[in-house]
Design a protein around this ligand. Structure first.
Ligand SMILES: [Zn+2]
Length: 199
């Protein structure tokens, strides 16, 4: 399995293309991006689906473009529908085209692997983690030596704290985390060095 990271837009949001044996899934296409499309086409990858970790604009802004370009299903957390459907918190003026609304425990098979969705509320109500093969895509919940913002609508610092404590308990130390912004890390590193939430 190969993981390619693109940091897109002013907020440098991470969009990941995970690939295996000629197939790929796209995580958090936050901005329209020819660079991502060109990479996928250059590598001759068949895109199987798009996964959204949470509904914030800098993680979903490129979904419409990617979905229509690759003609694939979009999976997104149900509890963040307020940011993606026809609601005031949606800044786009159109609903994000989501096909499958997911929540805790949802699993799907792609790239010959099993992916598992975990709820991770706090930064947003519907924030999720996506686990596959000792790897965790953490959205804006847990970063390298940092955590998600909670000074924004529908965020809650106490809930985020509990979510991260739970992550430290349930995922092994060697689990690699790929966050929504910045570099990768491991659960073990964050348990020891994260200045906001430690084990
Ligand atoms: Zn966010």
């Amino acid at each position: 399995m190969h993981i390619k990271r693109f940091s897109l837009g002013l907020l440098r949001s991470n969009c990941y293309v995970i690939s295996n044996q000629g197939h790929a899934i796209i995580i958090d296409p936050g901005y329209e991006s020819l660079e991502v499309i060109q990479y996928i086409e250059g590598e001759n990858l068949i895109v199987d689906l798009i996964y959204i970790t949470h509904g914030h604009h800098d993680h979903v802004g490129g979904v419409k473009q990617m979905k229509s370009h690759f003609d694939v299903l979009v999976y997104a957390p149900k509890k963040d529908i307020e940011f993606m459907g026809n609601f005031p918190l949606n800044r786009f003026g159109y609903p994000i085209p989501v096909d499958v609304w997911v929540t805790e425990g949802y699993t799907f098979d792609a790239l010959g692997k099993s992916f598992i969705v975990y709820d991770a509320p706090g930064h947003s109500e519907g924030g999720t983690l996506l686990y596959v093969d000792h790897i965790l895509f953490t959205g804006d919940t847990l970063f390298y030596q940092s955590i998600g913002r909670t000074d924004i609508p529908r965020a809650n610092s106490e809930i985020l704290y509990h979510t991260i404590k739970k992550m430290y308990r349930i995922f092994p130390k060697e689990t690699i985390i790929y966050p929504g912004h910045g570099r990768h890390s491991t659960i073990g590193h964050e348990q020891q060095f994260n200045p906001f939430v430690r084990l």
